[in-house]
Design a protein around this ligand. Sequence first.
Ligand code: ZN
Length: 152
Amino acid sequence: MLLCVHAGMGALIGRLLPGRAAAVLLGVGAHAALDAIRHHDNGGDDPAAVDALACLADAGLTALGIAALGLLGGWGSRATLGAISGALPDLELALPWNRRPRGTRLLFPSHAIARLHSCLSPFPVPLRFQAALAAFVWVLALSTDAPARGER
Ligand SMILES: [Zn+2]
């Protein structure tokens, strides 16, 4: 699943929860839940086949969204923490030893255990749909009057 989907959903979930700890825990939990939905990944199952430009755009848009949340709503806001914790598990995918086709050392359950990854739904969610979903959740996450209401 695209990184920007994980972060955007984490931001939305964080906004809905009563506390920062819950935002962090459910941001990480939502990452696992989203990974469980059958989906296409950039490069498929082969890390060597990743479209680097698309990966860079995904990471850049995610960083931009998180920065916008941090600047608008506060770096310790539930939405910002939810977005960061939603994106965090995918950092391990960028580690050099996890960029090769064999011998990876993945720790996050939905990455390390094959039956927890891309296992739900009868059809895979295409990358274009994931990008549209990301745009939708980020618009919702950023179009809030939360800072004005003192929501942190
Ligand atoms: Zn993941």
